[in-house]
Ligand binder design. Sequence first.
Ligand code: SRM
Ligand code: SF4
Length: 554
Amino acid sequence: MSDKNLSGTEKIKMASRGLRGTLSESLGDSYTGAIREDDQSLSKFHGMYQQDDRDRRLERSAKKLEPLYSFMCRLRLPGGFLTAQQWMMLHDVAGKHSTGTIKITTRQTIQLHGILKSHIKPTMHSFNLNGLDSIATCGDVNRNVCVSSIPAQSAIHEEIFGYAKKISEMAKPKTRAWYEIWLDEEKIGEKVEDDPLYQNRYLPRKFKVGIAIPPHNDIDILINDCALIAIIENGELKGFNIAAGGGLGATHGNENTYPRLASVLGFVENDEQKILKAVYEVITVQRDFGNRSDRKQARIKYTIDKLGVDRYREEVEKRLGFKLQEARPFEFTERKDWYGWVKDYKGNWHYTVFVENGRILDENGLQLKTALLEIAETGLAGFRFTVNQNVILSDINEEDKHTIDTLLRKYRIIEHTDNAGALRKNAIACVALNTCGLALAEAQRYLPTLISKIEPLLDKHGLQNDEIILRMTGCPNGCGRSPNAEIGFVGTALGKYNLHIGGDRLGLRLNTKYKDSLNEEQILSTLDELFGVYVSEKNEGETFGDFSYRKYIA
Ligand code: SRM
Ligand code: SF4
């Protein structure tokens, strides 16, 4: 492709000298809370986004002040696990350098918001001292690798968790820029590191890898750019079906953009080298064939639709030097988190805490953040995050269970988890306002209130225990995976949402738009009607998603 057709971001990447750009100079500029425009693109590869407080834009501009710039920073956490020690550090860093709220993301990691420019380095130093980093959690690279977080039921779960770490390492950019810029590591010579995977152009767009362990689809596996589905036979990991081409983002009014579920390419047996190589080559085909002029067409889902699944597979096989085997059968039977206490195959205990929209703070009489700190201070539990934005207090010995249970009761966390209704417990909302620059409407700040208004409707129709999957996003980018829900709300403007229905409960069929730009009153009356029809016309055992698909979409 000639240079003149490349998007602006492509040029910034290529000129960046291994993602360094002028980030150090931007950081040193104390006249503004922002960084230079090109550096804003590059900072994403280092795991952070420049944002501003959208609630305060008008007030700041009336005072002729620049927007209140700050940074969101995201940890690289393949498989989503922190030790108690790391949690204590995170609690401390969140209090000292960010808004204080610890946010569990929909990709099983943690974000901190509101970090001022001068606070980025101390934040990164603390991460690094505790064996953590934020490398490649945003940007046109492989992002955080997700893996089913249902508490370890067998040794196979641990083996698969190991794959998440290895894929994350394999697909990490080779540049030392993160260490130089944020930790002041000395640069050795002027030569930019060789990076056979990313070269100097990285990927055309973000790339996501997930690993599912059937029968649980807790990680919404098919929304990933590259999806690995574990095939387990007679208690043994046989290998993975490899799928590619998932992605949920779209743009209102642009029909060339759409959500898509990944297509299964084939099976690779449980040979670590072969599996890593297969993932690697799925990435390189996207690197070489993905659209680099139009970022709205650059995700792998468009590359696959343009090339065709067979052609994509052939290209992967050519690079691999072996053929993918025919995909093995698999079945998903559920995707929700397992709340409460669960015992694993080793006899250890895990407690899944309900965290509404992943926001850990002390609020509305619930001291969740304080409780988690006190639990971490015992050193008796690990912290494992789910893609449904919850935290699992994990790997607790039988003799320590009582201590953790007592703390959970002291802070009413068990009561909070048990008392949350079925709809609320299975719901997800993305961040949206006040930090997301792309939000058209509220999501995490509004969904709890909306659910409180939907719950009486569920009671009215006798559906209060129905585990309907409802999700809300403040725009059509799908960060809260609203296209993959039985009921999806997609923000169109402040207070207005498109209503999508017809997705299935297991996350294997996307939903379809049913109504445009509804306000709250219209949302409630539409749902009241839909629930009523569902109750009177559904077949035995038919879920809301399947019913609404049959009745209104198919
Ligand atoms: Fe996302 C962009 C937040 C998961 C699709 N996402 C953003 C940005 C960075 C906005 C921006 O570009 O300026 C949001 C920052 C908000 C903030 O203030 O923190 C943002 N995305 C999030 C998180 C934090 C939502 C959450 O509440 O948890 C999730 C972080 C995951 C992580 O830890 O890596 C998050 N984003 C997702 C997912 C869900 C998933 O991966 O499981 C999707 C849909 C799947 C997919 O990738 O297609 C998703 N985010 C997007 C898109 C649409 C991309 C596209 O192909 O069109 C954008 C916009 C973009 O890239 O241009 C976006
Ligand atoms: Fe922001 Fe839209 Fe993603 Fe929500 S879905 S976090 S509003 S980009």
